[in-house]
Design a protein around this ligand. Sequence first.
Ligand code: CO
Length: 209
Amino acid sequence: MAITELLDMNQAWAKKVAEEQPELFSTLAKQQAPKYLWIGCSDSRVPANEIVGLLPGELFVHRNVANLVKHVDFNCQSVIQYAVDVLKVEHIIVCGHYGCGGIKVAMENTNAGISDYWLRSVKDIFLRHRNELQELDDEKACLSRMCEINVAEQVANLAHTKIVQTAWQKNQPLQIHGWIYGLHDGVIKDLNVSRQGLEDADDIYQVEI
Ligand code: CO
């Protein structure tokens, strides 16, 4: 497909949306008020808005390889801060997906170039859960479980951020959820690792405000 066809498709899309919801663009031009922050993988097969059926303006989104939340990643932290402090989102969703290439590479000894630096923390997670993972003799099952574990670990990282801790100390309603998406069927599974308050994180991560 030629690159100009994308612009043609955009014209068609904008026209269709304007016909179906005449107020949408004029409302969104004034402000955004999403209730959800989505932290997902960059994988092209996991488009955030589409898989949960949300329109422009309804989902604040951050995506990176393997949906990682790192405390020294000012890109991700800035997104979280804006979403929590300014937009006052009520839910943060970390959504991983089965068959994640980033997780797979991290579980191997492949030289993935620059990505090795990014994915190094996933190797650490693998090591911490090695006993459980080694009980799964099937390679695919092992990757699937590791994709789930990674989401749970990122939910924990999120709960430990200064931004989330501060919001909870101020009794700001904020829930964090861990989900995983199936590339094969398009279905999202809730991993039941949600957190919603200070009691869901160890004291050591709490900050004074
Ligand atoms: Co991925």
